[in-house]
Design a protein around this ligand. Structure first.
Ligand code: SAM
Length: 198
C-alpha cells in the first residue's frame, strides 16, 4: 500500500482528512481557492461539501475544477463570502473543516486571509464540528500577514481546553525557508458540549 510523504503540510492534512471521513459526512472548505482541497474532499464523501471564498474568481475556479472531475452536484454548495459567515450557510454539524490560508495561487497576492477573520472563522468551525470532528489549518509564514496569522493561531490553539480538544501542530524542522505549517484540532468525542469560545 502506498502512502503520502510527510514533507508537506497539505499532504499530511489530506491524509488525516481521509482517515477521519468514513463515507457520508459533511465537510467545509473555508478557503476554496483554486478548488484542489475541495476536489480532494469531494472524492472522500457522499455527504455535503461546502466551499467559501471571498473572491468570485476562486469560486469560479473551484466550480470549474469540480465540474471537470464530474463532482459538481447538488451536494456541493459554493459561497462567495467570508468564512466568518460560515454558520449562516452550514446548518448541521460537519465532520471536518479545512483552512488553507494565504492568497490565491495565480491570483492577487495582496488579497490574503488575515488573523482576525481567520480566528473568527475558526470559532464558527469549532461550533459546527460534530464529536470526533476535525479542523485543519495550513498556515504560510512567508508573506507579510502570515507570521501574524501563525502567532494568533498558535496562541488560540494553545488556549483551547484540553478536556474538549486535542490539538496537534506539524512543522518541518529540516526544511529551508518558511514551509507551510499545519495545526490540527480534534473535537474530543467525550459527550461534552462544545465550549463557548466567544
Ligand atoms: C491558499 S488559497 C486556498 C487554496 C485552496 N484551498 C485550494 O485547494 O486551491 C487561500 C484562499 O483564501 C481566500 N480567502 C481570504 N480571506 C478569506 C475569508 N475571510 N474567507 C474565505 N476565504 C478567504 C483567498 O481568496 C484565497 O483564494
Amino acid at each position: 500500500m502506498s502512502r503520502e510523504h510527510i514533507n508537506n503540510a497539505v499532504q499530511i492534512c489530506h491524509s488525516l482528512l481521509a482517515s477521519c471521513i468514513h463515507g457520508d459526512e459533511d465537510i467545509v472548505d473555508a478557503t476554496a481557492g483554486n478548488g484542489h482541497d475541495m476536489l480532494y474532499a469531494a472524492g472522500l464523501t457522499s455527504g455535503r461539501i461546502y466551499g467559501f471564498d471571498i473572491q468570485e474568481k476562486a469560486v469560479s475556479a473551484t466550480r470549474e475544477l469540480l465540474q471537470r472531475h464530474g463532482l459538481l452536484s447538488d451536494r456541493v454548495r459554493l459561497v462567495c463570502e467570508s468564512h466568518t459567515e460560515m454558520d449562516k450557510h452550514v446548518v448541521s454539524p460537519v465532520k471536518a473543516v479545512l483552512f488553507n490560508l494565504g492568497y490565491l495561487p495565480g491570483g492577487d497576492k495582496t488579497i490574503t486571509t488575515a488573523a482576525s477573520t481567520t480566528l473568527s472563522g475558526l470559532g464558527c468551525a469549532l461550533r459546527l464540528l460534530s464529536p470526533g470532528g476535525m479542523v485543519f489549518i495550513v498556515v504560510y509564514r512567508g508573506h507579510p500577514h502570515g507570521e501574524k496569522e501563525y502567532e494568533a493561531l498558535r496562541d488560540f490553539c494553545a488556549a483551547l481546553p484540553q478536556k474538549q480538544y486535542n490539538v496537534a501542530f506539524c512543522s518541518f524542522p529540516n526544511q529551508a525557508g518558511k514551509p507551510p505549517l499545519l495545526f490540527v484540532i480534534e473535537f474530543r468525542n467525550n459527550g461534552a458540549a462544545a465550549p463557548d469560545l466567544g
